[in-house]
Design a protein around this ligand. Sequence first.
Ligand SMILES: Nc1ncnc2c1ncn2[C@@H]1O[C@H](COP(=O)(O)OP(=O)(O)OP(=O)(O)O)[C@@H](O)[C@H]1O
Ligand SMILES: [Mg+2]
Length: 513
Amino acid sequence: MANEILRMKDITKIYPNGVMANKNVSFTVEEGEIHALMGENGAGKSTLMKILFGIESYDEGEIFFDGKKLDHAGSAEAIKSGIGMVHQHFMLVDSLRVYENIILGMEPTRGPMIDAETAIGQVRELGEKYNLRVNPLARVEDISVGLKQKVELLKVLMRGARLLILDEPTAVLTPQETEELFEQLLLLRKNNHTIIFISHKIREVMQICDKVTIMRAGRSEGTIGVEGTTAEDISRLMVGRDVILKQDKKPAEFGAPKLRVRNLNYINRFGKAMLKNVNFDLRSGQIMGVAGVEGNGQNDLAETIFGLTRGATGEVLADGKNILGKSIREIRDLGISYIPEDRITLGVASDGSVWQNLIADRVDQPEMKSGAFLSSKKIEALSDELIREFNIRCKSRNQSVGMLSGGNMQKVVVAREFSADPEILIANQPTRGIDVGANEFIWKKIVEKRDAGKAILLVSADLNEVLELSDSILVMCEGELVAYFEDAKKVTEEELGLYMLGLKKQEALGHGQ
Ligand SMILES: Nc1ncnc2c1ncn2[C@@H]1O[C@H](COP(=O)(O)OP(=O)(O)OP(=O)(O)O)[C@@H](O)[C@H]1O
Ligand SMILES: [Mg+2]
């Protein structure tokens, strides 16, 4: 029998706005296990972990770590006891170097200041030991998401953590980076570290975790061993019904091209060519998936089409008009919507309320006004309808978006973009951080749009999503389109992988169709 390392007992948490995020939750973890925490968006997972880490207060309950009761006056005590947390949204300072981020805030608790050289040495040493190699001198703003996560892990390990809390670490990773992370986690487990792993992806939990605790509407539904449990069992416990992440859709009926991309080239601010002579057509009634290993231009493609990059050359024709270089406002007015990859910086204004975020882009439209003024009745009715339809878990439309759970923020963005009724929808990682139930719903919405004759460009790092949802698939590698499959059913995951890795390339790739 392994030792119990953590016991959280009857934790209840009510936020100042009255939301009861945890109700009598009991949660125990044994030393040396990888323990998953699963549950729908807003179920209370992040809250429970913030309480454990001492950065959120709680109203009732007790916490024992390593046999000792934690008093919990801030995170200093948790860190000192050996608890570390990597948050759902990274907390690094972009302008600082890797090693500076790692020792940030560490100096006072360790007596004498750590000098740069020692810190750099320690970063290298830990990097070797746990297979977390990062250049300590690189600036955080210049490194990839996968590397940033390694920095977060190193930061936690440098502080001597034996229990690591990882809040949705894989949501932002590519399949390859995820595999790498899993190897690191197994290495940590071998060294007797304990890991709490939050994820919405059942497949990952089945692959890497020993146990899973399921939360639902602030309560714990219990803990089960992963061995002998099926994915169906878990999803039933999470949402109370079977979720089938399979998309039954009618055969596609492609219409006229709605978006034509011609000779698109883009060089990013580091001087790297991210788009190299990209050509394709997106048709009405078509869901075009874009597959690729992260960083191979898919994100640049989506952002360039939507006017979020500067200096691209070529043409992006929306119903015949070149939109390249136009402002986001003008692009929106032409009936194009965008679900951004990074919802925190591009997606929502976190100080704003739910309703402000939901209808921010429409306040100029006559339907929102009565006379020259904004009609509060119309705004209220529309916001409430969207909150209901997209199942956004919030207390009211007036709640600030910054207080929603990660997945619910994403639903606000998706609801806003869908309700604008776009002719062309650019969905850049639309279901990242979204629970299985909501994922199913968003897929259904995307298919509905396609059946209504709209054109959808779907960029996703989740190959399963690309394969399930797309009618046609483009593959990008190093900024180039290397393959086009008009019928997505004719390609397998393995074959896509070969193109994504640059091991295979279609000759004479024309304009896509
Ligand atoms: N700072 C806050 N103030 C008020 N309410 C909050 C705050 N943070 C979270 N909540 C609410 O508490 C509930 C639980 O949120 P939490 O972030 O713990 O969910 P989660 O299970 O982590 O969800 P997700 O999978 O979307 O990340 C939600 O209803 C959320 O709106
Ligand atoms: Mg969360």
